[in-house]
Design a protein around this ligand. Structure first.
Ligand code: ATP
Ligand code: FE2
Length: 353
């Protein structure tokens, strides 16, 4: 089966084509994974502007995905799209494109939970079977695992996602969006830890206090550069980036470890754009190995938001019997991970697909 998946929860409009071998439905082959990203000129993401961007690029990205996959639209068997959670105008644009394709090609359509798609593409491409997923992206920060018929959230941020927190810290200092990779590069130049607030509350985390404390230190020491990007060669800034990462990532790894202990699972799966950060993955790996567990990191193109993960999850859901009518394809900005009935994992060991 060939499935085209559309991702449009936030700044990325992605489209991927995925097939599963008829002889073994559990084998995922990513045939293409194209995307275009909206970058605000200044400030954060403006949902309406991001949606306009998505509407403008949708046709090109879909055509590019089909072309790279080496198939034509009429070869498609299924269309899947990100139904939520995400920014309303962005989600609506992707859903509209998906409905148009499904109607014109007369093929089924499936709305996919974005967070679950990160987990399913990780299972399909890394070889892990029943992981605790540490999902760290711009807007989302959650620890998710399968338990009693559903993917459940064992811990999450109580305020902003870790990626947005890093981006905002960068923006306040004049580092262009997305600041996460720049912060990682600067952090590599330091080993000098400056104590910052460490916020774990039960199984949840918060980042705004940490970011404010780091920003206040930067401001007090005159290293706020305004809105103009420039070379940030400053050793205190390197120290702050290093300390921010160490503090925030330790909190994330702590709650992940607790979820592993609670669920008695022995795999951790990294997902989301921030999982591209090598230090975060290293810390998760050290934690996993210390408890005799394994850490899995999908390729970078499948960690970040992408259409292929939506396409694959569409296939997985379709194979388990999920069918949607057009009226079921409304977007849901606050779509919770545990709202989804996970029909494809009946016994919880990941063996059914
Ligand atoms: P979602 O809609 O799932 O919340 P998103 O739209 O923010 O996701 P992603 O591509 O998953 O998109 O993640 C983007 C985030 O990842 C940005 O906040 C960016 O700063 C961060 N990021 C990317 N690379 C790195 C890195 N190497 N280190 C830290 N953060 C990173
Ligand atoms: Fe995401």
């Amino acid at each position: 089966m060939y499935c085209l998946g559309i991702e449009s929860t936030a700044h990325t409009f992605g489209c991927g084509v995925v097939s599963n071998k008829p002889s073994d439905g559990a084998i995922c082959t990513v045939l293409s994974n194209e995307s275009k990203m909206y970058k605000p000129v200044e400030g954060g993401i403006h949902p309406r502007e991001a949606a306009n961007h998505h509407a403008n690029v949708a046709g090109d990205v879909v055509s590019a995905a089909l072309e790279r996959a080496g198939i034509s639209a009429k070869d498609l068997d299924l269309v899947a799209f990100s139904q939520g959670p995400g920014l309303g105008p962005c989600l609506r644009t992707g859903a509209t494109a998906a409905r148009a394709l499904a109607l014109s090609l007369d093929i089924p359509i499936i709305g996919v939970n974005h967070c679950i798609a990160h987990l399913e593409i990780g299972r399909a491409t890394t070889g892990c079977r029943d992981p605790v997923m540490l999902y760290t992206s711009g807007a989302n920060t959650q620890v998710i695992a399968f338990a009693e018929g559903k993917y459940r959230v064992f811990g999450e941020t109580l305020d902003v996602g870790i990626g947005n927190a890093l981006d905002k810290f960068g923006r306040d200092l004049g580092i262009p969006f997305p600041a996460g990779p720049a912060i990682e590069t600067m952090a590599l130049k330091s080993k000098n830890y400056i104590p910052l607030p460490y916020c774990v509350k039960g199984m949840d985390v918060t980042f705004s206090g940490l970011m404010t404390a780091a920003f206040n230190l930067a401001e007090k020491n005159g290293i706020v550069f305004g809105t103009k990007p420039r070379q940030h060669e400053n050793s205190l800034l390197n120290d702050l980036c290093y300390s921010l990462q160490e503090t925030a990532f330790a909190a994330l790894v702590e709650v992940t470890e607790r979820a592993m202990a609670h669920t008695e699972k022995n795999e951790v799966l990294m997902a989301g754009g921030v999982a591209r950060n090598r230090r975060l993955c290293e810390m998760a790996k050290i934690m996993a190995e210390a408890r005799g567990a394994q850490c899995f990191v999908p390729p970078a193109s499948l960690c970040t938001d992408n259409g292929a993960m939506i396409a694959w999850t569409g296939i997985v859901m379709h194979r388990s019997g999920v069918r949607m009518k057009l009226k079921d394809t409304q977007i849901n900005q606050k779509f919770r991970t545990d709202d989804v009935e996970v029909k494809w994992r009946k016994n919880g060991n990941g063996g059914s697909i």
